[in-house]
Design a protein around this ligand. Structure first.
Ligand code: CTP
Ligand code: MG
Length: 234
């Protein structure tokens, strides 16, 4: 059975507000997206599609894929105007696969072990995503940030990536979404929940599987990567 992965690195990083897109910021001398690609390279995934900005393709090929010998990266394709569009173009670039794992290039704490867990669960559930139970109470607010309601905490999970699906299921779901042109999906599960017919299972990744989003996260990720390196040497 063929397992593909899509690594997303086509965002602009507006909330980071640095000069370069955050996925290329250096964390311990390596571009942020290196860490996700490395995890997939060390896993049993067969093929990786890297989705980047159109102007970043040459840079990614020379300075990331070739330089670090990421041999599983078969294609580097341009992304789109929103995350869901980048995913859609990534899916289109896959010629054939049984399963696909969709991962944010801005989540460096993924490792081969988590990838293997994803493969195990997707074979079992057909549609599943990594997340963690919310530690904080979450409020729904109005436009002026007044609390509207408080959903029961134990029903709330924070969703992470990888988000993992049978390839045909997620591809067809995305195609339907693009036809309907509703650009509201902020994750892939939402697309399958709306347009697919398979329930999406959540399973635990780890609280350290952060998405580098704002400047504080760069410091946090640097420390997490450093600590992980030390542990690996023990
Ligand atoms: N992404 C993408 N294509 C887009 C938007 C986002 O491939 N059009 C990717 C990002 O590169 C990132 C992941 O999707 O790896 C999660 O998105 P997010 O954290 O929102 O990144 P950005 O969109 O770059 O950041 P911001 O929303 O602050 O602009
Ligand atoms: Mg974004």
């Amino acid at each position: 059975e063929k397992i593909a992965a899509i690594v997303l690195a086509a965002g602009e990083g507006k909330r980071m507000g640095s000069g370069i897109p955050k996925q290329y910021m250096l964390i311990k001398s390596r571009p942020l997206v290196y860490y996700a690609l490395k995890a997939f390279e060390e896993s049993t995934v067969d093929e990786v599609i890297l989705v980047t900005g159109e102007d970043e393709i040459d840079y990614c090929k020379e300075y990331i894929v070739d330089r670090y010998h990421f041999n599983k990266v078969t294609k580097i394709v341009p992304g789109g105007w929103e995350r869901y569009a980048s995913v859609y173009f990534g899916l289109e670039a896959i010629e054939d696969a049984d399963y696909v794992l969709i991962h944010d290039g801005a989540r460096p704490m993924i490792n081969a072990e988590l990838v293997q867990k994803c493969i195990y669960y997707v074979k079992k559930y057909r549609a599943c995503v990594v997340g963690m139970p919310s530690k904080d109470t979450i409020k729904v607010v109005d436009e002026e940030n007044y609390a509207v309601r408080t959903p029961e905490r134990k029903t709330l999970w924070q969703v992470q990536t990888p988000q993992c699906f049978e390839f045909d299921l997620v591809k067809k779901s995305y195609e339907k979404m693009m036809e309907n042109d509703d650009g509201k999906a902020t994750d892939d599960a939402m697309v399958v929940e709306t347009y697919g017919n398979v329930p999406v299972k959540l399973f635990e990744g780890g609280y350290d599987n952060i998405k580098v989003t704002t400047p504080e996260d760069v410091r946090l990720a640097t420390n997490l990567v450093r600590v992980r390196k030390i542990f690996h040497k023990l």
